[in-house]
Structures are given as structure tokens and as C-alpha cells.
Design a protein. Structure first.
Length: 256
């Protein structure tokens, strides 16, 4: 079963790779997404209701911060002057903020490297967060969210979560650190050529199913637990599934 999961992770993420990042001859019209005519180019400051985030980014960095204001601020930086079609494009629809790398259909240069910063109100409550990246790192300090999902190819992940119910992570060729100020109900994390680290409050009770091929399993929260794969600590309330191929797994204490 685990072998099937690993193969599935590789296939799905490779499809993402081909679909949103590939040589010009393979893009069939460029980077595409639905409802393109409804999107606005460039940074913005939003005061409208947003309950969900959907971010798709290629080449560069995605940074999410919390601030004391009540607006959502989106900005981007790039070392070169951008045409409007090359700027970040965004849309708010059905309480969801969609953020895209460039205009739909744009045949962008593979050398285009951009960083975005999204500042969220620190008291914000989110339902769903989806972050999909290729050749882009993710550094995020997320407010409360019910469901968080991150998919990445060739880019590191460093995410701190104030509180979440379920968190899913799939990564290829990018190490990941997930830090939780409060324990979630469930964590599912898969990596290929990637090491995964989860940090939880030290008193967290969990049931963890961990598997690593060509890697080590370790961490402070596993100390004293006699197992080679399935671990139970305390009340076991937090369910953790983590597996990697060519990468290490760690369960450590959150102490920031």
C-alpha cells in the first residue's frame, strides 16, 4: 500500500509539473486557468470577505505573513520590469482568493522569477488553504484554518500554523518543516527526495504511522517510544501519517 502511495505522489506531482511548468513547446498555449477574464493584474489591498486561499506559483517564493490590520495585502517583487501579463493575477470569488503566477495563456520565460508576499489579518479565520508550487519555496505563518493542503515540486516548505484541523503535504525534491502552535486532528505528509519535520507542542498525544525508505526516523517526541513504524503517545488524539522516499522523518517539540 505504501509503495502505491509513493508512486501515486510522484505521478500526481509530475502531472502538476507538466501542467503548469514546462518548455514552451509543451505548454500548449501557456499557463492556463479558468475564468481568466475575471482576474486583476498586480498587487492589491482587499477589505472584502475571504474564507479560502488558493495559490498557484511557479519559480520564486511564496511568503505569507500575519499583521495587525484588517485588510489582506498582496504584493510581488521581481528583479526585472514586468509587463502586465507577467504580473501576479488575482480574483476573489465565492469567498475565495485565487492567486496566479501570470495571466492565463501567457507564454512566460522560464527565467522569470518572482516573489509574492500575502499579509493576512492575524485574527483571520480560514476554511480552506491550498498552495501549489513548482520551483518555488513557501514560507508561511498561517492564522486559524480548518483545512490546509500544500503540493510542491522543487522547493522548500517552512510553515507555522496557529491552529488547523487537517493538514496535507506532498513534496518532491523539497524539504518541509510544519510547525504547529496547537495540535491538529490529522496530519498527512508524503515526500520524495525530501526530508519532513513536524513540530508539535510537547504535551501532544498522538498516534503516528511513519515510514521512510533510505532515510532515518527520529525526533524528541519519539524518545522513549518503542517502535519502528507505529508510535502512540499520551491519549493518541492527533493522527499522523508520514512517509518519505530518500528523506528523513522527524517529530520534534514546538518551542517558538
Amino acid at each position: 500500500m505504501r509503495k502505491f502511495i509513493r508512486i501515486l505522489v510522484v505521478i500526481v506531482l509530475c502531472l502538476v509539473l507538466i501542467g503548469i511548468w514546462a518548455p514552451d513547446w509543451l505548454r500548449f498555449g501557456g499557463y492556463r486557468y479558468k475564468h481568466a477574464s475575471r482576474y486583476t493584474a498586480g498587487g492589491t489591498a482587499l477589505h472584502q470577505k475571504v474564507e479560502n486561499l488558493d495559490i498557484s506559483w511557479i519559480s520564486g517564493k511564496v511568503k505569507i505573513e500575519r499583521h495587525k490590520g484588517d485588510e489582506i495585502i498582496l504584493s510581488e517583487t521581481c528583479d526585472e520590469r514586468l509587463k502586465e501579463a507577467e504580473e501576479v493575477h488575482w480574483l476573489v470569488e465565492d469567498d475565495t482568493l485565487y492567486v496566479k503566477f501570470v495571466r492565463s495563456g501567457k507564454r512566460y520565460s522560464s527565467k522569470l522569477n518572482k516573489n509574492i508576499t500575502l499579509k493576512l489579518p492575524e485574527k483571520m479565520n480560514l476554511e480552506n488553504v491550498l498552495i501549489s508550487t513548482v520551483s518555488a519555496g513557501v514560507e508561511a505563518d498561517l492564522p486559524k484554518a480548518e483545512r490546509v493542503e500544500m503540493n510542491g515540486v522543487s522547493g522548500g516548505v517552512d510553515v507555522t500554523l496557529e491552529k488547523a484541523d487537517t493538514v496535507k503535504l506532498s513534496t518532491v525534491s523539497g524539504d518541509a518543516l510544519l510547525s504547529f502552535a496547537a495540535a491538529p486532528r490529522r496530519i498527512d505528509a508524503n515526500g520524495v527526495s525530501a526530508s519532513l519535520t513536524v513540530e508539535l507542542p510537547e504535551n501532544t498525544g498522538f498516534t503516528a504511522d511513519l515510514d521512510s525508505v533510505s532515510g532515518h526516523i527520529s525526533g524528541k517526541l519519539l524518545d522513549g517510544l518503542n517502535s519502528t513504524k507505529a508510535y502512540t503517545r499520551g491519549d493518541g488524539d492527533c493522527t499522523i501519517h508520514m512517509d518519505t522516499v530518500s528523506g528523513n522523518l522527524r517529530l520534534d517539540a514546538y518551542d517558538r
